[in-house]
Design a binder for this molecule. Structure first.
Ligand code: FAD
Ligand code: DHB
Length: 397
């Protein structure tokens, strides 16, 4: 039996897969998105919260930014706090750009709604995802849904299935090079029903560990604490979380967070990871399937957006002009930006967290770095330029 055909088979309905499907649709390229979890699950998964200016522009320019513009919170700067002393990095003044605080799950909701309204096909709750024939010119994507097996012949397959997906493993081990660094800590994150205690995000370095104040709306705060990577959340009753947040974020300044009901909590381990190349035959990896950054620079979702923007343009040039040049360049184009962002995320992480094995010299050097980066205009500009996001087309000219 001949299988139905689709131009691009997309694995994963996270930000990468959904945005790719949306961008392809805008230039008349057909796709199917298959997703292991339910629609409710992907739309409720609390993750990233900071959109770079380039990400905001892509969503806005492609017609999926209306709710973000109504409900998102535009931030023109951020606060770095060391032992209770707050210093502001003014993005607008330093680099003339801003970021948008708008939850990743809201972006996912907007993209799912846009795809379904345009007649797009998203298949939720699939199992047994298989990718075959990527070294030939007619790869197949197959899956099971409700006990029924399905398969599509594709021209290309996009692996947008995150770090734990199956796509990366479809690239032969002797082809793939992996670069990795695992950090000796994780983040305990909470979502709380309480107004954010600051109008801007606060990245706090404290001798007891890093803490971050973020938000989702004028009523909902998102807060993080550095903790051991395998921390048992059961050892953190709500009262202990608030107490630790008060100490690390206020740092003896007299200012206090208003506490509220904690509606969600969890622990995330932290790593830096890159798999190269991001293409093998007709399979293209994008987003967390190819790379992970520690969350300190707020970059993961933004990198995923950067990848699929490059991929959508490369596929458009293939279908419109028959040119494979941009597809050939896909991996190198993405990797240059990815490694620059890896460096920034690593740098923010090592600067802001505490390390159990730090020597007294390491501690003083770290404090000097924090002092410098919040005092020197040149250093603040470097931080701001990276935080608001390097140009989406950062890469070889
Ligand atoms: P994912 O969102 O992981 O999507 C992959 C999808 O593929 C999932 O829906 C998964 O269910 C599906 N899937 C997996 N396997 C299969 C399969 N076999 N078949 C079918 N489907 C499959 N990034 C930022 O930019 N800013 C931030 O502020 C930020 N903060 C973060 C805070 C936390 C606590 C965490 C955990 C992450 C944060 N990130 C942040 C990172 C960001 O969430 C990720 O980088 C982003 O989700 C990557 O998107 P993606 O589409 O590549 O992957
Ligand atoms: C959020 C997450 C981050 O990793 C970060 O650096 C800033 C904000 C957030 O979830 O709001």
């Amino acid at each position: 039996m001949t299988q139905p055909h689709v131009q691009v088979g997309i694995v994963g309905a996270g930000p990468a897969g959904l945005l790719l499907s949306h961008l392809l649709d805008l230039v008349g390229i057909s796709s199917v998105v298959i997703e292991a979890r339910s629609r409710a699950h992907v739309e409720g998964r609390i993750r990233a919260g900071v959109l770079e200016q380039g990400t905001v522009d892509v969503l806005r320019d492609t017609g999926v930014g209306a709710r973000m513009d109504r409900e998102g919170l535009l931030h023109h700067g951020t606060i770095l706090k060391v032992a209770g002393e707050a210093r502001r990095i003014d993005f607008q003044d330093l680099v003339g750009k801003s970021v948008m605080v708008y939850g990743q799950h809201e972006v996912v909701k907007d993209l799912v709604a846009a795809r379904l309204a345009a007649g797009g096909e998203i298949v939720f709750e699939v199992s047994d995802t298989r990718i075959d024939g990527i070294e030939g010119d007619a790869p197949t994507l197959s899956w099971t849904q409700d006990g029924v097996q399905h398969a599509r012949r594709c021209d290309f397959i996009a692996g947008c299935d995150g770090f734990h997906g199956v796509s990366r493993a479809a690239i032969p081990a002797d082809v793939l090079r992996v670069y990795e660094r695992v950090y000796p800590f994780g983040w305990l994150g909470i979502l709380a029903r309480t107004p954010p205690a600051s109008e801007e995000l606060i990245y706090a370095h404290h001798e007891r560990g890093f803490a971050l104040l973020s938000m989702r709306s004028p009523e909902i705060s998102r807060l993080y604490l550095q903790c051991p990577p395998d921390e048992d959340i059961a050892t953190w009753p709500d009262a202990r979380i608030w107490e630790e947040l008060q100490v690390r974020l206020a740092g003896g300044s007299g200012w206090r967070l208003e506490e509220g009901e904690i509606v969600q909590k969890g622990v995330t381990a932290m790593r830096s990871f890159v798999a190269e190349p991001m293409r093998h035959g007709r399979l293209f990896l994008a987003g967390d399937a190819a790379h992970i950054v520690p969350p300190t620079g707020a970059k993961g979702m933004n990198l995923a957006v950067g990848d699929v923007r490059v991929l959508a343009r490369a596929l458009e040039s293939y279908y419109a002009r028959g040119s494979e040049a941009a597809l050939e360049a896909y991996s190198d184009t993405c990797l240059r930006r990815i490694w620059t962002v890896q460096r920034f995320s690593w740098w923010m992480t090592q600067m802001l967290h505490t390390f159990d094995d730090a020597s007294p010299f390491d501690r003083r050097r770290q404090l000097a770095e924090l002092d410098y980066v919040t005092t020197s205009r040149a250093a603040m500009t470097t931080l701001a330029e990276n935080y608001v996001g390097l140009p989406m087309d950062w890469g070889p000219a």
